[in-house]
Design a protein around this ligand. Structure first.
Ligand code: GCB
Length: 589
């Protein structure tokens, strides 16, 4: 799925900003025809979660439905164009009406969706856009939800969180990324898949798959350029898609220190007239997992960085450029080179920033803590659909170097996970992603409870583990924890002979808490824990990287284990450094 663009053939307007907002606790919006517009209850900023903006309306922990509305002027000259509306992400489900007409539903969060609304808009007038949103998750959604009754049925009262969630981050609701009105010509370039295969240090094959929305007789003018053009091709088109391969020389590779980017621009020409154009940036780079190594352009790289979250005061999970710039500048300050989009795909602007700054990203599907007692055909279907849409959005980003198609399955440690059900499920999931993309390795971070017989290890190209010895296991005893960790890592290596990535390790830490003894929650304990883990990890040649959990403190559902936030950040939620941030800067320099 291509990002909308503004150019000679396409228009693009960001219609984020202030929208009208109404909570629908009793699910009466449709009955009362709120889709025609509704009396304003309050205003809300888009992008942003409703939870922290409107906690005065008791929305901090709200799980349910709410409505958004905005009047949009559509100019006269859009009449002969195709008009679209695009939401970069809405969590989790939404339904759209334009001028009172139902347009469609979107079933999952964290990814963009669009609808053509040409037939429904009035050009030269105001139009009312209404979106209903609900953040309810169930057994067959990705992520999976949990209902409060389950806790009772399973006698798991101590695990109960409010709101009920299967994961350790707030299930915020709302329009979380920008909203656009855009236009395309009648016939337009619909998708571009670009893959590079290096043939030497400075030459590559480039395979391109270009599709248009409909069959067309014409030409595609293709230009690849860096500081100057390195490839110009014209190909005939007599259908709705074309695949071709070209060879290019004198290229500079995309890498950590020099994230060289190139521009691919395509013009669609019909009857000697350009009817559409599209350009995107990409990099020449290749990823391979081999022996004990993770190779970027044939050379081993060691990933150092974080598991993160999209989470910021007042914005909640809403995208904002300020925290994007701040987070990258802090990561660069401490010499991080990589992060995982735990536990869901982040805004595309994040990937673009990583492309430009040479960061390696493990891009994650929000199949977080799947409970195999509740996994069903619907869950698998949603999971596959999600992977499809994620690959479709992120396939061309050089910074995306691996897919994590889930996180910590079987957190509850169910025996039935190992009776073949888990293996069957993951076989299908891995197969789905590999069919869509044969250029990136695939993994799923495993939790301690699922253990070293986790079926995800059978299919992963590299093994990802999240470990908390010295925190959840053997609290207060870092040294002993490290001994157990070493034993377990060696066992995993001996069993699978696949390189290991430590995708999570860390401790909750209250800024300003200090102790000279090993005392949990102090800044010293966090710094020491991280340092000792890193020392062990670096002593093992089969380890390919370390991602500290977490970059910054983040809001969680309420539970006695969490003091408002998960505090494993090496920065506070407002991005002040804890001691560990300085320690990491030294260790990673
Ligand atoms: C994990 C999860 C992560 C939690 C973290 C923790 O293993 O993957 O979502 O936030 O542990 O801090 O407990």
């Amino acid at each position: 799925m291509l990002k909308p663009k503004f150019n000679n053939y396409r228009n693009l307007f960001d219609i984020s900003g202030i929208w009208k907002f109404k909570v629908d606790r009793n699910n009466e919006g449709v009955k009362n025809k709120w889709y025609n517009g509704f009396e304003e209850d309050s205003e809300i900023a888009v992008p942003g979660s409703w939870n922290e903006q409107l906690d005065n309306l008791d929305l901090l922990t709200y799980v349910g439905k709410a409505w958004y509305a905005k009047n949009i002027f559509i100019p006269k000259n859009f009449k002969r164009k195709r008009v679209w509306i695009r939401f970069d992400s809405v969590d989790f489900h939404s339904s759209l009406w334009v001028n009172g007409k139902f347009i469609g539903n979107n079933g999952s969060g964290y990814l963009p969706f669009d609808f053509e609304i040409s037939e429904f808009v009035k050009c030269g007038e105001n139009n009312i856009i209404v979106l209903s949103v609900d953040n309810i998750l169930t057994d067959d959604t990705i992520p999976q939800g949990i209902q409060a009754e389950y806790y009772k049925n399973e006698n798991r009262l101590r695990d109960e969180t409010y709101p009920a969630a299967r994961f350790d981050f707030s299930p915020n609701g709302g329009i979380h990324r920008p909203v656009y009105i855009y236009t395309t010509p009648q016939v337009f370039i619909e998708d571009i898949i670009i893959k590079t295969k290096l043939t030497s240090e400075n030459s590559s094959k480039v395979s391109l798959q270009i599709s248009t929305n409909t069959k067309i007789k014409g030409e595609l003018h293709i230009n690849i350029s860096g500081s100057e053009s390195i490839c110009k091709e014209t190909v005939e088109l007599n259908s709705d898609s074309i695949s071709l391969e070209v060879a290019v020389d004198n290229i500079k590779l995309w890498g950590l220190k020099e994230p060289n980017l190139y521009d691919l621009s395509i013009e669609l020409v019909s009857e000697n007239k350009t009817v559409d154009s599209y350009s995107l940036s990409f990099g020449f780079r290749e990823i391979e997992v081999k022996g004990t190594n993770f190779l970027l352009n044939g050379k081993p790289v060691y990933m150092q960085g974080f598991g993160k979250h999209e989470d910021f005061p007042a914005f909640g999970k809403g995208f904002n450029y300020q925290s994007l710039v701040k987070d990258f500048s802090l990561m660069k300050w401490m010499h991080a080179n990589s992060f995982r989009t735990s536990h869901y795909p982040y805004a595309e602007e994040v990937l673009e920033m990583a492309d430009r700054n040479g960061f390696l990203i493990i891009d994650e599907v929000p199949a977080v803590s799947l409970d195999f007692r509740k996994v069903n055909g619907g869950t698998l279907k949603s999971h596959k659909q999600f992977i499809n849409r994620l690959v479709s959005r992120d396939k061309n980003h050089p910074s995306v170097v691996a897919w994590a198609v889930g996180n910590e399955p079987n957190l509850v440690g169910e025996e039935s996970y190992y009776d073949g059900r888990g293996e069957k499920y993951w076989r299908e999931v891995f197969q789905t992603v590999r069919e869509l993309d044969d250029t990136r390795p695939v993994t799923v971070p495993n939790c301690q409870r699922a253990g070293i017989n986790d079926p995800v290890f059978l299919f992963s190209d590299f093994i990802s583990i999240n470990r908390y010895y010295g925190w959840y296991e053997h609290p207060g005893q870092i040294k002993y924890g490290i001994q157990l960790l070493e034993r377990e890592m060696d066992d995993i290596w001996n069993k699978y002979h696949k390189p290991i990535m430590m995708t999570e390790f860390g401790t909750d830490t209250i800024e300003g808490a200090h102790s000279i003894a090993d005392q949990m929650f102090t800044e010293e304990y966090q710094a020491k824990f991280i340092e000792m883990y890193i020392k062990l990890l670096r002593s093992k040649n089969y380890v390919i990287g370390e991602h500290v959990w977490n970059f910054a403190d983040f809001r969680t559902p309420q539970h006695f284990r969490r003091m408002i936030f998960n505090r494993k950040g090496v920065f506070t939620r407002t991005r002040e450094p804890k001691l560990a941030a300085f320690r990491l800067k030294e260790l990673w320099s």
